[in-house]
Design a protein around this ligand. Structure first.
Ligand code: FE2
Ligand code: FE2
Length: 295
């Protein structure tokens, strides 16, 4: 087919315009963070993961730093110290409180995964970095919906109870550096999930809630892949900066994580994810001796 010069110009301009309008991956991830409504935020995160997986959103774009993701009017956010501990899960009230707290963690985890993309968008990072965090964002959205279904089973919903306000703090504390973010969010906070989730699933099963236990076990399997992704990209960034991973991780955790590293640790799962004991055991021992001797 012959195309006249004028037509060819129009075709080329049209292609350029539609290319210019195509959302970048960083912009799409920040749009997920800007969505307060749980149904729409999870929907947007699942779409992000799907689009990336099927070849869309190939253009990374410029970084879009989001100071604070949007939240629904409920749950009411309270300081972490005001949150009750739930050891005995024999009552429906206690199981609902646990499922609600876990749903809140997953809700925040969607934004944390999207922030890995939007804030730290960098052409020097390989495409597999973005593939991984899009997959994580989709997983976290699915986890939230699974927990929401368990709440619904008990006649409850996300937003019914207060939730703690400390989860975005780690993102704020590590907003200045991708390496610090990787050290703290996947390799401290998500790794902690590997330690505590199997016991929570057992307690739910013992309390007669096998369905919620199964949900936690499936979340656990996905979280193992999230910590694995964190460890992979942490080592990648260390290599890129000619840094030794173990000492660098310990230094960044000391500088950027305000809490204490506490066991018991799921050493097997952590090692399988690429986080050996030599990384975290010395820091846990150091924080234990600080607790015993605050001088
Ligand atoms: Fe999750
Ligand atoms: Fe996760």
């Amino acid at each position: 087919m012959f195309v006249t010069g004028a037509t060819q110009t129009r075709v080329t301009l049209a292609a350029m315009t539609s290319e210019a309008k195509a959302p970048t991956l960083a912009a799409a991830a920040s749009a997920v963070m800007a969505e307060p409504d749980p149904a729409r935020k999870t929907g947007a995160a699942l779409t992000l993961a799907h689009d990336r997986r099927t070849g869309g959103l190939a253009g990374i774009g410029l970084p879009v730093p989001v100071a604070r993701p949007k939240r629904p009017a409920r749950p009411e956010l309270r300081p972490p110290r005001e949150m009750p501990r739930r050891r005995n899960l024999q009552t429906v009230k206690a199981r609902v409180a646990l499922l609600h707290a876990l749903a809140h963690i997953e809700f925040n985890a969607i934004d944390l995964a999207c922030d890995m993309i939007a804030r730290f968008a960098d052409f020097a990072l390989p495409p597999a970095y973005y593939d991984d965090w899009c997959t994580v964002a989709g997983d976290e959205a699915r986890h939230f919906r699974l927990l929401q279904r368990r709440l619904d089973h008990y006649g409850a919903a996300y937003g019914d109870l207060p939730a703690h306000d400390g989860l975005w703090q780690a993102a704020t504390d590590t907003a200045h550096d991708l390496l610090a973010r990787l050290a703290v969010v996947p390799l401290v906070l998500e790794a902690r999930g590997l330690d505590v989730t199997p016991a929570m699933a057992t307690r739910l099963r013992d309390a007669g809630d096998a369905e919620s236990a199964a949900v936690l076990e499936s979340i656990y399997r996905d979280e193992l892949t999230h910590v694995t992704a964190g460890a992979r990209w942490f080592r990648h960034c260390c290599d890129a900066r000619s840094l030794e991973p173990r000492d660098t991780w310990q230094r960044l955790v000391r500088q950027n994580f305000k809490g204490q590293l506490r066991g018991p640790f799921n050493d097997g799962a952590r090692a399988a994810a690429g986080l050996p004991q030599t990384f975290y055991r010395p820091l846990a021992a150091a924080s234990q001796s600080r607790l015993k001797d605050p001088t």
